[in-house]
Design a protein around this ligand. Sequence first.
Ligand code: PEP
Ligand code: MN
Length: 336
Amino acid sequence: MIIVFKKDATEAEKQHVYEKIEELGLRHQSIIGEELTVVGVIGKEDAIRTLPFEAMPGVDYAMPILKPFKLASVELKKRTVVDVDGVKVGGDEVVLMAGPCSVEGHDMLMEIAEDVKESGAKILRGGAFKPRTSPYSFQGYGKEALEYLAQAREATGLKIVTEVMGPNDVELIEEYTDILQVGARNMTNYQLLSRVGKSSKPVLLKRGFAATVKELLMCAEYILSNGNMNVILCERGIRTFENGTRNTLDLSSIPAIRHQSHLPVIVDPSHGTGKSEYVAAMSKAAIAAGADGLIVEVHNCPEKALSDGEQSLTPEQFNTLVKELRPVAHAVGRKM
Ligand code: PEP
Ligand code: MN
């Protein structure tokens, strides 16, 4: 159920509504806009319907949400702009996130950070804790890598996004990062989703490679219903029978998400294709299809990368790509 307060509703009137919701053991999540306060009521629909919201002072109207995801639904809100400490994701501007798959050392990270910043990236990506398919593959440098990421932010002003793999790591990682990344393999890790839902940091939620768009939105709902409304969705490719690419990048999920949700959506053309030669074409297509941003793997020496070198662009290739992306962004009415 969504409750929309009247423009002149007082704090006391709002408080009365919240108390009635809580008395029934239901939860509520407010979205306070410049003009209106909207409240999502979460819980059993039967219980919610017993409350005569429209009879309560200060309430303009109440409306049931029929979708299984409620706080993520476009019925709640048209668009969310996630403010990453001043960098706005989901607004007019297409936001570029770039950096190595894994943080492999101080100097390489600094070099890449300077380069991608120069090219136009606003957010630096880099894995410290890596979810690898094989237990024998490089697992990331952990806390040491987080220190390097923080130093790169200090030096360049770029914001940081890095992956958190389990609920117990959130406290450490949120000390360093600006965005908590939940990876494709962890999309349905409900304890992790609930924990990042209690964080004050924005969350980048990647689509699982065997997940539908609805399932992605239900996972976003876990985060939102725990109180964190700053969720950015990420299309990173799904598994199909095609094996010429690492994944099949499902760009139709962008309009599908737009149609159903207010949350911003970005695209990862690196994991989406697995091949650096395909990254530019899919980046352009993603922006043309309405993506709010891209997250691109960039390495200063892809052939020596400890992970995902085959899909990483060099800083020069990234620079060329950004120049090619600008006219595409402008053609679809976005800034870049
Ligand atoms: C990553 O971004 O480094 C990553 C592991 O991506 P995904 O979770 O999409 O596989
Ligand atoms: Mn990677």
